[in-house]
Structures are given as structure tokens and as C-alpha cells.
Design a protein around this ligand. Sequence first.
Ligand code: S3P
Length: 182
Amino acid sequence: MTAENQYVTIRPMKSKSIALIGFMGSGKSVASKKLEELMSMERVSTDDKIEEQQGHKIIDIFFEKGEDYFRRLEHDFIKSIAETEGLIIDCGGGVVLDPENIKVLKQYCHLIYLKASVQQIFERVKDDHHRPLMNVPDPVGQIKELLALREEMYEQAEFIIDTDGKSNDEVCQEIVRVLKNE
Ligand code: S3P
């Protein structure tokens, strides 16, 4: 049975939104795009919406207004959409830093952590220079440090999907499966 067919059987009962969390480069964006297609739900990216609302790139918001300012925008946006049903929410990697975000997302959405190893993350982010927190002399050290700090926050998710060595299709099929069995 394909993931599409599996979904057809669960879609009518599952109007709760799905929020994907995980470190930068854990595959949230590609997975949310695939899930949007598979589940006929609307994808929303917190980063894209903030950029749209502010008329500036995340990297510029970080450098011009600071990380705290960005985190407030992120929090306001999460609060504004968490209760909306039928969304696939692609959350920026640092959304979990605010416990209130985790609380509200868990309350209204299926919260899914896409887990990836340091090496896998590095491979995925190394050529992308649009992430302010990765523009550092030692990106691997930075990934290790931030992941160590954030791991227990990510692990508060309802479901944890290990993404290492898996294709995006496999990750999405696993998401569909865990939601179906829930
Ligand atoms: C961040 C992750 C980014 C973006 C910002 C900060 C983080 O999103 O929100 O650069 O703190 O982990 P992605 O996880 O989509 O790259």
C-alpha cells in the first residue's frame, strides 16, 4: 500500500495539524512539502511567514534586530496558528527554545521530531549560508553544542522519527504510519 493510500483511510479523522520540529537540516522543509502533497493539508513554514511579514530575510533580522527579537516573532507566529486545524507546520529549528511554544504546539498539533545525527545535519547545511547560526568558523562544533542543549526539548515531541540514512519518502511514510497507529 502506498503512503497516499494509507493516508486516504485516516484523513477524515485527522484534522489536527502536524508540526515538524528538529534541528536545522533535519529535513523538516522537504518532509513538510511532501506531506502537504500526500495529505492534502496546507504547509506553513514559520521562517517563510516571518520573512514575508517582516519583508526581510531571517539572516538580516538576526543581524539587524538580534536573536531575541526573532524569537519573539517566532513565538507570536506559533501562537497565532497553533489552533488552526489541517496544517503541516514546518517549524524553525529554534522554536523549541521557548517552552511556551512546545506547550501550545503539543496542545493543538501532533508534534513530530525529525531526529538527525550531527554528521547528517552538517552534510545538509554545509553549503547553505542563509542560516545565521551556522555562519561560524566551526559549524560541526556549533551543531554539537546546540544539539546537546536542545535535544531534550526536541524529545518532548509526541513522536520521534529517526531520519538518518532515510530518504524523504521513507521519513514521510513513517510519519503517516505513526499517525495512523496513534
Ligand atoms: C534556527 C533555525 C532556522 C531559522 C533560524 C534559526 C535555529 O530554521 O529559524 O535560522 O535556531 O535552529 P531551519 O531549522 O528551518 O533551518
